[in-house]
Design a binder for this molecule. Structure first.
Ligand SMILES: [Fe+2]
Ligand SMILES: [Fe+2]
Length: 190
């Protein structure tokens, strides 16, 4: 089968995804290393293994399509701490994670709807989205278990704060890279 070459914009966005997956893997990996034994340590270890795998899937996808990843200096998450402040405890870390994971799956789902999507990209998005669903699931459960310690209302308020920060970061990212991603953005609802 003849492979349709990637456009420069497609190459850029897949490289952007790859870089963000690497940043996620490094973040969760460090966290998994620092936690004591228990269910959160277990799930975070699997979580970071998944994110590492995702960065490999994007690398493989780019190479299958006769391209190479672009070395990008910044990842989506880089602006998070500036927008939300340093997380103060494990509940806040998981709160940011939940909001971030929802953004990731939303972006991948949006990309999945793009017209004449390259089958290799579609396959990679489907593969990754399966794992991302589990990420949202376990973090939601872990936050539920923390309600006794932190209070359901307080957790709810924290999530709202992070949600607002994420919206800002996303808006900024979209504005910055608009011409590269406009093919995907037209499917956006918010
Ligand atoms: Fe991922
Ligand atoms: Fe994830």
């Amino acid at each position: 089968m003849k492979i349709k070459p990637l456009t420069e914009n497609e190459r850029w966005i897949l490289s952007f995804y790859r870089t963000s997956e690497i940043s996620g893997a490094l973040f969760f990996g460090r966290l998994a290393k620092s936690l004591p034994p228990g269910p959160i340590q277990t799930d975070l270890t699997k979580h970071f293994a998944d994110e590492s795998q995702h960065s490999w899937f994007w690398t493989r996808c780019l190479q299958t399509l006769n391209s190479e990843p672009i070395k990008l200096e910044t990842a989506y998450q880089d602006q998070y701490v500036a927008a939300t402040g340093m997380p103060a405890n494990i509940m806040e870390v998981l709160g940011i994670t939940l909001i971030f994971e929802k953004r990731v799956i939303g972006q991948y789902a949006l990309h999945r709807q793009a017209k004449e999507l390259n089958p290799e990209i579609a396959k990679t998005l489907d593969l990754i989205m399966e794992d991302e669903k589990w990420h949202i699931e376990w973090v939601t459960k872990a936050l539920k278990c923390m309600e006794n310690e932190y209070g359901a209302d307080h957790i709810d308020q924290t999530l709202k704060r992070f949600y607002a920060a994420d919206k800002e970061v996303y808006k900024k990212t979209v504005t910055e890279h608009e011409e590269r991603i406009q093919g995907i953005l037209k499917y956006r609802k918010d």
